[in-house]
Design a protein around this ligand. Structure first.
Ligand code: NAD
Length: 467
């Protein structure tokens, strides 16, 4: 099936298309329209026109529109979940595509209910000063392939809620669920408020330099984030950048290995490890190192991986060839550096980008598997003897998205987690996020936050009014 661009509320065919393939089977799922710079210009012009009325539409109407979008998503939940599984590969059940669609609807309702009321800074005989938050203009959104619909909604809904209009460019690996979501949104919204122009990476570069766009919101790799920041500079676009992570978890000697194993496992391997704030480096105290390794390997054996359309699977494939090759290379390098494979360690073979759950023990910093983001079903487990040393090593990384400390002593873990250099810290869990709590990276993991009132503010500019 050929999908279409959505510009000014209308489906637009393109001259060229690219196949979108299921990473479990390599079957063609649909064809992505390859938008051109002219299509992007038209989408930006439509969004600019729509901004004139959407930005002054009463807040209650915009709130109601967001709830109506959530209801549309709920009504089409199974169709959307099947589409995500087909193009992204993740399984339908567990923390898979039905979870992603449910999360999208839940986040949309929650974001609809957020408010940014006028703040009164001063009101006395010297005068009254109010702080107003106003929509910015046309927003450009670029999304990745790991949680295509959920992350798309994290860009689109706060933009729409606050009176902006937006053009989204989904990842070329997983564009179809975003196109379908934008179609559904256009059943609710006036034409031009939300537009979708899919295409190659080069279209993203054109978007981030586009003079008609006032803010870029980007979720993806740190390398691409740098390029977007550079090309946004000449027009001083506002930026929200949600970039890569290499989250450390530190397991203290008093932790109970069997009790923490499921939390560690899903913290690392939600979506097969293809999650920005997944646990990516695990530091375990020498005294319980072997017990934690054993408990993790035992738990991994209970989690079925396979074609996402099979209802029994709990994990799917790696999404694309580039990422698959990267995971293979990182594991091979770690083996050469003395890493001990506890399970997995080589691709499964046959159809699909399947790589088994892999734990690599006895690795250290200096190996890419530890130093860089692997973004796949592989976890390095690093031995330490001194907690202060583990904390130093956990922080000695340019990325700073999330981090966790695992212990039977929650107050000690809480103190330590606050010393991790990251935007979100967890105690005895890893990776959970909510629509009412800000989420974002520090250091080279990004700029700005999403979610909650803090996230919503990023879609506004302030105006101070003396009256
Ligand atoms: P990517 O950076 O390769 O691609 C992301 C998007 O950027 C795609 O839509 C792509 O077409 C576009 N793009 C590529 N080159 C571009 C350019 N020069 N200018 C503008 N756009 C361009 O990332 P990916 O491989 O799709 O996603 C994986 C990465 O995303 C990982 O590093 C992961 O940690 C990160 N991520 C971060 C978060 C977060 O919230 N912090 C969430 C999910 C994923």
């Amino acid at each position: 099936m050929d999908y279409a661009l959505i510009i000014n509320g209308t489906a637009r065919k393109t001259a060229d298309y690219a196949d979108v393939k299921n990473p479990s089977t390599f079957e063609v799922v649909g064809r992505m329209p390859l938008g051109t710079p002219q299509d992007l210009d038209d989408a930006v012009a439509a969004a600019a026109e729509a901004f004139k009325t959407w930005s002054v539409t009463p807040d209650a109407e915009r709130q109601a529109a967001c709830h109506a979008i959530a209801a549309k998503i709920e009504a089409h939940a199974e169709e959307l979940a099947q589409l995500i599984t087909a193009e992204q590969g993740k399984q339908l059940n567990g923390l898979g595509s039905r979870f992603e669609v449910g999360g999208t609807a839940f986040w949309t309702h929650s974001t609809a209910d957020l408010q940014l009321p006028v703040e009164v800074i001063q009101d006395n005989e010297q005068g009254r000063i109010e702080l107003h938050r106003k929509a910015i203009g046309v927003i450009g959104s670029i999304t990745p392939w790991n949680w295509p619909m959920l992350i798309g909604s994290w860009h689109l809904i706060p933009a729409v809620r606050t009176g902006n209009t937006i053009v989204i460019k989904p990842s070329p690996y997983t564009p179809l669920s975003t196109i379908r979501m934008v179609e559904l949104m256009n059943e609710v919204l006036p034409p031009g408020v939300v537009n979708c122009v899919s295409g190659a990476d080069s279209l993203g570069a054109v978007m981030s330099a586009h003079p008609g766009i006032s803010k870029m919101v980007f979720t993806g790799s740190t390398a691409t984030g740098r390029k977007i920041m550079a090309s946004a500079a000449p027009t001083l676009k506002r930026l929200t950048l949600e970039l890569g992570g290499n989250d450390a978890g530190v397991v203290l000697p008093d932790a109970d290995p069997k009790a923490i194993a499921p939390g560690l496992f899903w913290g690392a391997f939600i979506n097969g490890g293809q999650t920005c704030a997944a646990l990516k480096r695990l530091y375990v105290h020498d005294s319980i190192y072997d017990a934690v390794c054993d408990a993790l390997v035992e738990f991994a054996a209970t989690v079925p991986m396979g074609d996402g359309r099979d209802e029994s699977n709990q994990l799917g494939p790696i999404q694309n060839e580039m990422q698959f090759k990267r995971v293979c290379a990182l594991v091979n390098e770690a083996k050469q550096a003395g890493g001990r494979i506890l399970c997995g360690g080589a691709p499964r073979g046959g159809n699909g980008y399947f790589y088994p759950i892999t734990f690599v023990a006895d690795v250290q910093e200096g190996t890419r598997l530890v130093d860089e983001e692997q973004f796949g079903p592989v976890l390095p487990i690093i031995r330490y003897t001194d907690v202060e040393d583990a904390m130093r090593r956990a922080n000695d990384n340019p990325l700073g998205l999330g981090g966790s400390v695992w212990s039977s002593d929650v107050s000690k873990a809480k103190q330590l987690v606050q010393r991790l250099e990251c935007g979100t810290g967890w105690v005895n869990k890893h990776g959970g996020i909510q629509p009412n709590a800000p989420f974002g990276g520090i250091k080279q993991s990004g700029i700005g936050v999403e979610f909650g009132p803090e996230g919503l503010k990023e879609y506004t500019v302030t105006q101070t009014v003396y009256c």
